[in-house]
Structures are given as structure tokens and as C-alpha cells.
Design a protein around this ligand. Structure first.
Ligand code: 5AD
Ligand code: FES
Length: 353
């Protein structure tokens, strides 16, 4: 990587006057429009369990947070949510949970995947977001019908990674998981949090370079929002002084990632909306092209707060879909209903192999 190239990314991420920031976001949006068109892909997000064996210092559902009521949706509830998504034109769903590696959980997920694949004749694209697993588990889930996997690196700076996780986490193991997922044939999603303690603009530039060197198909990233019941709550946030700066920096990250990687899918992360009501739309206007409405049953949503002020906790799936339609049409984009929405980058990667 040439130093000039990296310094250009740093310059863009450092823009801090409103007209220059707006110009950057508009440029990224133009890139998105000309390469991918004015359409947004939907993924119905099913947060099927908040039971977690990990203790990530930033996350509201970490194992030792005793304020959270733990749940695992039943097979029937998950299947019902998936079928609701399928029938309502969501081409794709994301099954997300806390991390568990026990045999019972691995089989539970495998069985759900088989059931959904069968009930939809393999016509619903299924993404998993269930953390670090063995190669064997990733393979079993792939064979049962999962085709995409989201596993954020959280920060490509090893020291930051170690500072936000306990010592049983391992940066190299995380990277290995990403490589294994790709080797198995998954469409690979990763991403980072923006505004972590001690994170610099250079770290964020390195994150974008990491996405590129990993050859990721999908990126999900958003502002770090401290949660009161987690160890990171008290720590200073060094690079971003206030909410507005954090918001702008997060939007700039989306924009520069889009300019650098025009053909990948980028999610308008929910955390944007936790900062400002129109945060997710703004992320779309900065180059994101994927929206992930929550379709979990409402009774479980309050217990899946990874961070505070998480939106859509009280809306049911129908209200959420109508709201999403309005949000997306409101910015002049349209929803690609009944489409899988694989990233162009992935399609070309497969075609060229
Ligand atoms: N603020 C913002 N994002 C968070 N996540 C977890 N906790 C927080 C937080 N406090 C993100 C992580 C994780 C994804 C599922 O949610 O990046 O990978
Ligand atoms: Fe869920 Fe608006 S996006 S209620």
C-alpha cells in the first residue's frame, strides 16, 4: 500500500467543514448510484438469541450483564419470522445471536437452516451472524443452507482489539475465522465500530485498507455507542469530542469505503439511527445500499440491546416495514423486493474463479 494512498484516505476522513463533508458524501452517493443504481436491498434481521458466552467490553448482552433477561427463540418462532420475511418480499434474512459454541446450539442452528431452506425451496438468502466458530461448524451451517456470514473485526488495530476484549479473545483467531469463512464459500461480511477509545483517524484508514485486503463482500460499520452496563462506558473517547463529530466521522467512513470499494454491499447500520432519527437514511445517502429492518418478535427486542437508544424496539415487523418503505422512498430510492441482493463484488469474485 503506497503511503500517498493511505494519506489520501486520512485526508478525506479528516475533512471537518460542512461543505467539504457534504461534497464527499455526495461523491460517494454518485459512485453508489452509477455502479449499483438507486435501489436498496433489504435483510430481515432476526435476533434469535441473546445468550452469549463472551464478555466483550462494549456489548450490552455480554455474559455477565445480569440485567438482561436471556432468551432463545423457539424453532417455530424463528421459522415464522423467516416465512413472514419471505412472503413479504424480503429476499434475504440475517440470523443473529450471541456467541455459543456448544453442540446443542450448533445443531439447533443447523436444523433451523435446513427447515428454512426446505420451507422456502432455497429461495431465501440466509446470512448468519453468530460469532467465532470452528471450521467444522461453519461448514455444517454452509451445507445446511447459510450463504453469507457477518463477523466484524471491530478494529483492525490489534492493540485496540485487545483493549476492547478480554484476554480469551484473539485477534489472529478472528482473522483466521474470516479467512475460513471465505474459503468455505460464504459471502463474507466484516466491519468495525467507529469512535472506540484511543482509535485514531489512521486506524480508521487502516480499517478500510483491511476491508480491501480481505476482499470482503459486505461491510457493516457504525458509531460506537457506550452502554451503561459495560466496562467501556466510563472510558474517554479520544478522537471524537461530541455526538455530531462521531456521526460525521461515521458517515465519512461509509463514504470513503464506498469510493474505495464500489461494488460491495454496505449496510446502513442501526447504530446510525441511535445517534440521529434519520441516521440510517443519511448513511444510504453516503453510499450504503443495504437496510436491515428488525423482524424479531417485539417481546424479545428489549433484551437485545447491544447499545443504548437502540431504535425499533417497540415496532412490530409490519410497522417496521412500512416505516422502512417510507424512509427509503423519502430519499428517492426504491426497495429491491424479492431479490437476494448478493453484492456485485461477490458475483464477480465467483465468476472470475
Ligand atoms: N455500540 C455500537 N455497536 C456495537 N456493537 C456491539 N456493541 C456495540 C456498541 N456499544 C456492534 C458490534 C458487533 C455488532 C453485532 O454490533 O460491532 O459486531
Ligand atoms: Fe423500524 Fe422505523 S425502521 S420502526
Amino acid at each position: 500500500m503506497s503511503p500517498t494512498f493511505k494519506s489520501e484516505i486520512i485526508d478525506l476522513l479528516s475533512l471537518n467543514d460542512t461543505p467539504s463533508i457534504n461534497l464527499l458524501l455526495q461523491n460517494a452517493y454518485q459512485v453508489k448510484n452509477s455502479v449499483l443504481g438507486k435501489t436498496v436491498f433489504l435483510r430481515g434481521l432476526i435476533e434469535f438469541s441473546n445468550i452469549c458466552v463472551k464478555e466483550c467490553y462494549y456489548c450490552g448482552i455480554r455474559k455477565s450483564n445480569s440485567k438482561v433477561d436471556r432468551y432463545l427463540m423457539s424453532e417455530e418462532e424463528i421459522l415464522n419470522s423467516a416465512m413472514w420475511a419471505f412472503e413479504n418480499g424480503y429476499g434475504s434474512i440475517v440470523l443473529q445471536s450471541g456467541e455459543r459454541n456448544d453442540k446443542k446450539f450448533v445443531s439447533f442452528v443447523e436444523n433451523i437452516l435446513l427447515k428454512i431452506s426446505e420451507a422456502t425451496s432455497n429461495k431465501l438468502r440466509i446470512t448468519l451472524s453468530c460469532g467465532e466458530q470452528s471450521k467444522e461448524t461453519y461448514k455444517r451451517w454452509f451445507e445446511a443452507g447459510a450463504r453469507r456470514f457477518l463477523l466484524r473485526i471491530e478494529s483492525s488495530n490489534k492493540i485496540i482489539y485487545e483493549n476492547i476484549h478480554p484476554s480469551d479473545h484473539n485477534f489472529n483467531r478472528r482473522v483466521k475465522c474470516l479467512l475460513t469463512l471465505k474459503e468455505i464459500g460464504y459471502q463474507l461480511g466484516t466491519g468495525v465500530m467507529i469512535g472506540l477509545p484511543n482509535q485514531t483517524i489512521e486506524d480508521l484508514a487502516n480499517d478500510i485498507i483491511f476491508f480491501r485486503s480481505l476482499d470482503a463482500d459486505m461491510i457493516g460499520m457504525g458509531p460506537f455507542i457506550p452502554h451503561a452496563d459495560t466496562p467501556l462506558f466510563e472510558q474517554d473517547i479520544k478522537i471524537v469530542g461530541n455526538k455530531n463529530e462521531l456521526y460525521n466521522l461515521s458517515l465519512k467512513m461509509v463514504a470513503v469505503t464506498r469510493i474505495m470499494l464500489p461494488k460491495i454491499n454496505i449496510a446502513a447500520a442501526t447504530a446510525f439511527q441511535a445517534l440521529y432519527p434519520f441516521g440510517r437514511e443519511k448513511a444510504l445517502l453516503a453510499g450504503a445500499n443495504v437496510f436491515m429492518p428488525n423482524i424479531s418478535e417485539v417481546k424479545y427486542r428489549k433484551d437485545y440491546r447491544l447499545y443504548e437508544t437502540k431504535p425499533c424496539v417497540d415496532e412490530n415487523s409490519i410497522d417496521c416495514l412500512q416505516c422502512v418503505e417510507k424512509r427509503i422512498e423519502g430519499i428517492g430510492e426504491s426497495i429491491a423486493y424479492f431479490e437476494w441482493g448478493d453484492s456485485q463484488h461477490f458475483e464477480e469474485r465467483i465468476y472470475n474463479n
